[in-house]
Each structure stands twice: as C-alpha cells, then as structure tokens.
Design a protein around this ligand. Structure first.
Ligand code: ATP
Length: 217
C-alpha cells in the first residue's frame, strides 16, 4: 500500500506560488495499478518523486507499506565511470539479489552489445534509458513508478522486449504511471486519476478520467 494523507506541495517560482498538491489524500492498493493524467508542467515528476521518497511533502504524510521502486529513468544510483556490468552487479548487491542474475537480465534486455562492458559515461541518452529501464525491471518491487511511459528509445527490438516484460510484470505487480497522454496509460492501467488544480481526482476507469481530462471548463 502507498498512501498520501493530506499532502500539500508547492513551489515558489519567483513570481508566484505553483501549487502541485493541495491537501490530497489517496491510496494505491497492491494489485490496482494506477494511471495519472496530467498536462505537462502540472507536477507529474514531482508527484512520482514524492511517491519514491525523493521529494518531501510540505505538509501531510506519505506512508509506504511495501517496496516502492525509484522512478523509471532515475539515474541516481548509477555511476558514469563504471560500466553497466559493474553498476548492475553493485545495485544487485544493495538490493540483496543475485548479481549474476541482474547482470544477465540487464545484458539481455537492454541489448547494448559491447557497450554493456564500457563506462556509462560513453552511452547516448537512449542507451542510458535502456539500461536504467532494464535495471528497474531486474529488481523486485511491489510498486513500479513510471514517469511518461517507456524510455525514449528508438530501438524497435528493445521496445518490443521491454514492453513484453512490462506487460508480463503487470500480472504480478502494481505500477503507477503518470503521463500527459491517455494513450500511454491505456497500455498499462484500467484505473486512472487526473491531476488538476492541486487536486487528484480518482476514477474506476481510464475513460471516466479522460472525460474530465479533456473537459476544458
Ligand atoms: N525544485 C523546484 N523549484 C521550483 N519550481 C519547481 C521545482 N520543481 C518543479 N518546479 C515547478 O513545478 C511545476 C511542476 O514541475 P514537474 O516537473 O513536476 O512537472 P511535470 O508535469 O513533470 O512537467 P514536464 O511534463 O514538463 O516534465 C513546474 O512549473 C516546475 O517549474
């Protein structure tokens, strides 16, 4: 379970206060993946970072009753001077997993070829995305946090493999995915919420959430 209890968050932009959440309460139960629809700039990344514990609320409490991932694309634990081999084995040990398994899984999924043995500093942004996505899926979490869907990788084969792994993972785990695009959410979730004017409006179906999201009133 992941629970927000009366959580508020805002930023001072220099000219005004940008409210992301205004006394928002909700729960994500295991087995109920959630999609959050929000236009760009309204606080998708801030919301996901708060779920992950990377950003603190101004007020209220965030309770985590299970293992929650770092956000997809977060490179915080990866060091540039080391290769994907070294990074994946190191992170496997931190999470108490078999380094051989994590290395082999990442090597297979991200398809970086010989670059897998070279420093991450030499990777393109697409290669980094592929590696961080593979690493996220190699680790065991109850809830996976995903900001804007799949990484921006143009590699068709990677997208096919990673999409299949993610679909498969959905059978046994829970994801929270935030996006400005309802079509991105439709691939992964049935339940959805809309982040709007500092409030999170929850719906049983993506269609209902979409109706509010598209409403310009
Ligand atoms: N540390 C910060 N200090 C000041 N303002 C911030 C900070 N972090 C985010 N903001 C502002 O809060 C708003 C929401 O930012 P956030 O990155 O969470 O939105 P987003 O929906 O993920 O945006 P995008 O889709 O453009 O990535 C933006 O207006 C941003 O400028």
């Amino acid at each position: 379970m992941l629970e927000f209890d009366n959580v508020s968050k805002s930023f001072w932009t220099g000219s005004h206060r940008k409210v992301i959440l205004d006394r928002v309460s909700f729960r994500v139960e295991l087995g109920h993946s959630l999609g959050v629809l929000a236009p760009n700039g309204t606080g998708k990344t801030t919301l996901i970072n708060m779920m992950a514990g990377l950003e603190k609320p101004d007020e209220g409490e965030i309770r985590r009753g299970c293992n929650i991932s770092f956000p997809l694309g977060f490179m915080g634990g990866i060091t540039n001077k080391h290769s994907a081999v070294e990074n994946s084995r190191y992170i496997a040990r931190i999470y108490g997993l078999d380094p051989d398994y994590v290395e082999a899984f990442c090597r297979w999924l991200c398809g970086l070829g010989e670059y897998f043995d070279r420093p991450v500093a030499t990777y393109s942004s697409g290669m980094r995305s592929r590696f961080s996505f593979a690493l996220l899926l190699a680790l065991d979490f109850d809830i996976y946090l995903i900001d804007e869907g799949m990484p921006g990788a143009n590699d068709v084969e990677f997208n096919r493999r990673a999409g299949a792994v993610l679909q498969d993972r959905l059978e046994s785990t829970t994801i929270v995915i935030v996006s400005h695009n309802p079509r991105t959410l439709a691939k992964y979730v049935r339940e959805a919420a809309v982040l709007r004017d500092g409030q999170l409006h929850l719906f049983d179906t993506l269609e209902e959430a979409r109706a509010l999201y598209d409403y310009k009133g």
